[in-house]
Design a binder for this molecule. Sequence first.
Ligand code: PLP
Length: 374
Amino acid sequence: MSPGAAIPFMHLQPGADAAAIRAAIDRVITRGWFVLGPELSAFEDEFAAASGAKHAVGVGTGTDAIALTLRALGVGPGDEVITSPLSAAYSALAIMMAGATPVFADIDPERLTLDPAAVAAAVTSRTSAILPVHLYGQPADMAAIERVAHRHNLVIVEDACQAHLATAGGRPVGTIGAAGAFSFYPTKNLGALGDAGAIITNDTALADRLKRLRNGGQSDRYHHAEFGVNTRLDEIQAAVLRVRLPLLRGWTDRRRALSASYRAALAHAPLVVQRECDPGHVYHLFVVRSTDRDAMQAHLRSEGIDTLIHYPIPIPRQPAFASAAANFPCGACPIADQVCGEIFSLPLHPALTDADVARVAAAVHAFPEPGTGG
Ligand SMILES: *Cc1c(COP(=O)(O)O)cnc(C)c1O
């Protein structure tokens, strides 16, 4: 097959929104108000409305959004939080930042999110919360996870860092548990030009507490009522996000359409396409599986097509989690172990063209099957 232009995994240069972004940054510079100002409060209102929640609280990163929410809910030292072994490690790092212990329950092989039965089996007398991850933009099985939480009186915090505008069974993610954490890291479906994050919640007291905790625990200027941290979504990033938020619905529709094209074009291809388990999936990533992954990735690279692995190592197998894993056998998540050895992500972003999808699919179909001498 004749190689066309390279297809990078993604690119982060602003596109049609570049002029509006520059104007928004200029507006902040001219105003001379850079932290906790009018851009952040406006973005919080707009993001809450777009996400179907009463409140949004902007913070420095998605990781801080998770850690602060756990702390604000009283989850800390001595508490266990059940989460997924297949995620960005930040999900579990945030649990440790709150002083709690991550406990990993295996994933459902179809959804690749927390298996509710495995969650139920992982509950102990120390369990206080569940942190499901809406991985790749596909919501976790929230109805079943809620039943487990209810039975054991556990609070749910949703890691929605990859799932802006996603819905689970028709309900907006982040509004099903006590709160939902979002990241605006540049590669996310809604990305800033640097680090940024937010929490959404319908609980007014929780939102107020989070606003204190992100700002040094101050109840009033120079009055530190409790131990807080310094993690604010700054005015320049908030202004950038306000330009992009109105575009997010269209970008999400495009991600869904491209994913449907991939699905159709990859029928009968020599790899496994993960099933869409909920129409509220927002396709942060388009993830496929192959038992011959290294060779398939090398083949695609030779055709100029970049792929990545999200994620190659189950979190409990990372050295950083050795202490958490002390009371947790590494082999306890066999499905995550197997899946991590097979998954990889095809290029997917709103600026990808239909021709790009066709080229990627053609390259996949041209993969030499083992034993054909290719
Ligand atoms: C990106 C991400 C995070 C962390 O967000 P940051 O803004 O990078 O701190 C946490 N969980 C998941 C699932 C993510 O994708």
